[in-house]
Ligand binder design. Structure first.
Ligand SMILES: [Zn+2]
Length: 95
């Protein structure tokens, strides 16, 4: 789950071939996310996330959790819903 997008500026100094020091800045966009498995809040560079995945239509999993196992669990949940008979009296939350 995307919580926040923030920007950080980093200051760098490079030395030119004549020995002069030049200061330059680089902006970085950092996305704050909440793990959809364990609820941990973690940060990630925007550059390392595919642009399509920056919405809450996708799940986000932290580095401590197993993303593939999480995806399998979601598949099982979906399959339970698809396999339900239309006449079932169960609510979706009870599965
Ligand atoms: Zn997690």
């Amino acid at each position: 789950m995307v919580i926040n997008i923030e920007y950080t500026t980093t200051r760098y100094i490079r030395t030119s071939k004549l020995g002069n020091e030049h200061v330059y800045f680089r902006k970085k966009t950092i996305v704050t996310l909440r793990c959809d498995k364990c609820g941990l809040i973690f940060k990630r560079d925007k550059g390392s996330i595919a642009p399509d995945r920056l919405t809450n239509r996708y799940y986000h999993v932290c580095s401590n959790c197993d993303a593939k196992r999480f995806a399998q669990e979601k598949g099982v949940e979906s399959r339970k819903i698809w396999d339900m008979p239309v006449s079932s009296l169960k609510k979706l939350g009870e599965l």
